[in-house]
Design a protein around this ligand. Structure first.
Ligand code: NAD
Length: 497
């Protein structure tokens, strides 16, 4: 088995610095890093700004070639980077590998996109004029990322930003600096093979929230793409807005599944299990609220609880483990507090509590919990970043939709039904109010081809597929007069004689 130090050596990451990085698997120190001082952050921004001046003039398909080479590096190093993701973030190895696959997929997408940054031609009301809309590179983009998708979220942003002609500065979560340094090392290998890229196209800034704040406040950065908690977005948004910068916010979710009487319950149980306990409930798209129609409640809920009882909790590097550790003790404390709150609101808890404490005294594993609630109250309205699934009985689709939409977050949602009218209503304008609405698929595990993001307190940002690339460019409307006259718009006459 490859150890952490072998992986760091492979990626050329020095094991020096005064900040210890611990693995959530067993609490062991797996590396050391140094945080950037404010003046070092300033230098990295200046370098990114200078690199942008050159990169924006490189033809977009050529920029795509760099991203293609980066995708090749990722393919060749998928196993090693995936393993480092598991060591540093604690997600099971299959999910660590899946995360790197997502990086590869978005690179492929971005390479194609580099030949498709289309603008429009627009009918001009004036004779002998042509009007067009062009998309230009924007500038250095700051990417602030969360611990739970330590590398994929950066890639969603960076692959697009780079083909769009931007440079990128990455402030990863303080809990996952090593995977960021490893990714940067792979990117630099691609840059070397590419040959003539300007220095500093991509850089990594390490630090706590203050480092993120410094990027948010810097006027040289036109776009700040930030993924994390709603608390972080609420603090960061005004800082970027104050200087008229743009922010792309990907914040917390509180995702629901509605199960209707016609649903395939076998399918639903599998979807519930993956979405609620996968990544130990630490996905922004994790299933947190299960709204079950009364007609199938007694058939479905005992099956869900039985499936929970069979889940293997343990070392995420081991084959067969489905639930790895929580990221830290604070996450477990949050889970305990939420379960206590649910109990005092009349909730009946199955599961929960610490697991494997003797085996891993310096790490935190938890039994996933199912909580049957008398109604959707208090604690269910907030996102607790842990494997808790609240279950509420509903009497109709109307009631399910009302409950689903009655939370401040608006990221992902789904319905299990075989009834076409219910499925269509769910995805209609009067249905789910979320950025993602699925039918007979759980709320987590989005594909990169679609735009990813959510409404309300989730922040409104969209990244990854579809036309999300537009966020990384500036739009210019240009009108060209190829006539010998100067007709004014709106028929205005403004003659001297
Ligand atoms: P977090 O908010 O604690 O930290 C996220 C990042 O923001 C870190 O890099 C952190 O250093 C930085 N940060 C914190 N405060 C800041 C500030 N005031 N200014 C600038 N930067 C600041 O989140 P976390 O615990 O790492 O991740 C879990 C959260 O992220 C959950 O709420 C989850 O739903 C959310 N998340 C959302 C998405 C999405 O796409 N919507 C994806 C992954 C995670």
């Amino acid at each position: 088995m490859t150890t952490a130090s072998e992986l760091l050596a492979h990626f050329g990451i020095p094991e020096s610095g005064d900040v210890a990085v611990r693995s959530p698997i067993d609490g062991a120190v797996i590396g050391h890093v140094a945080y950037d001082a404010p003046e070092e952050i300033g230098v990295k921004i200046a370098v990114a700004e200078r690199a942008f001046q050159a990169w924006r003039a490189v033809p977009a398909p050529r920029r795509g070639e760099l991203v293609r080479l980066f995708g090749e590096e990722l393919r060749a190093n998928k196993e090693k980077l995936g393993r480092l993701v598991t060591l540093e973030a604690g997600k099971i190895l299959q999910e660590g590998l899946g995360e790197v696959q997502e990086m590869i997929d978005i690179c492929d997408f971005a390479v194609g996109l580099s030949r498709q940054l289309y603008g429009l031609t627009i009918a001009s009301e004036r004779p002998g004029h042509r009007m067009m809309e062009t998309w230009h590179p924007l500038g250095p983009v700051a990417i602030i990322s969360a611990f739970n998708f330590p590398v994929a979220v950066w890639a969603w942003n960076a692959a697009l930003a780079l083909v769009c002609g931007d440079t990128v500065i990455w402030k990863p979560s303080e809990k996952t600096p090593l995977t960021a340094l490893a990714t940067q090392a792979l990117f630099e290998r691609a840059v070397k093979r590419f040959g003539d890229a300007p220095a500093g196209l991509s850089s990594v800034v390490l630090g706590l929230a203050d480092a993120g704040k410094a990027l948010a406040a810097d006027v040289r950065i036109p776009l700040v793409s930030a993924t994390g908690s709603t608390r972080m977005g609420r603090a960061l948004g005004p800082v970027v807005a104050e200087r008229f910068g743009r922010s792309l916010l990907e914040l917390g979710g509180n995702n629901a599944m509605i199960v209707m009487p016609s649903a395939d319950l076998e399918l639903a149980v599998r979807a519930i299990l993956f979405a609620a306990v996968g990544t130990a409930g630490q996905r922004c798209t994790s299933l947190r609220r299960l709204l079950v129609h009364a007609d199938v409640y007694d058939k479905l809920v005992p099956r869900v609880k039985a499936a929970y009882g069979r889940v293997t909790i343990g070392d995420p590097l081991e084959t067969g483990t489905l639930v790895g550790p929580l990221v830290d003790k604070a996450a477990f404390d949050g889970m305990e507090a939420a379960l206590a709150g649910a109990k005092s609101a009349g909730g009946v808890v199955t599961g929960g509590g610490r697991a494997l404490a003797d085996q891993y005294p310096n790490a935190v594993y938890a039994h996933p919990a199912v909580v049957e609630m008398p109604s959707q109250t208090g604690v269910m309205i907030h996102e607790t970043f842990a494997p808790i699934l609240y279950v509420v009985k509903i009497g109709s689709l109307d009631e399910g939709l009302t409950l689903q939409n009655a939370v401040p977050q608006g990221l992902s949602s789904c319905i299990f039904t075989r009834d076409m009218q219910e499925a269509e209503r769910f995805t209609s304008a009067a249905g789910s109010d979320c950025g993602i609405a699925n039918v007979n698929i759980g709320p987590s595990g989005a594909e990169i081809g679609g735009a990813f993001g959510g409404e309300k307190e989730t922040g409104g940002g969209r990244e990854s597929g579809s036309d999300s690339w537009r966020a990384y460019m500036r739009r210019q409307t240009a009108t060209v007069n190829y006539s010998n006259a100067l007709p004014l718009a709106q028929g205005i006459k403004f003659d001297l004689d």
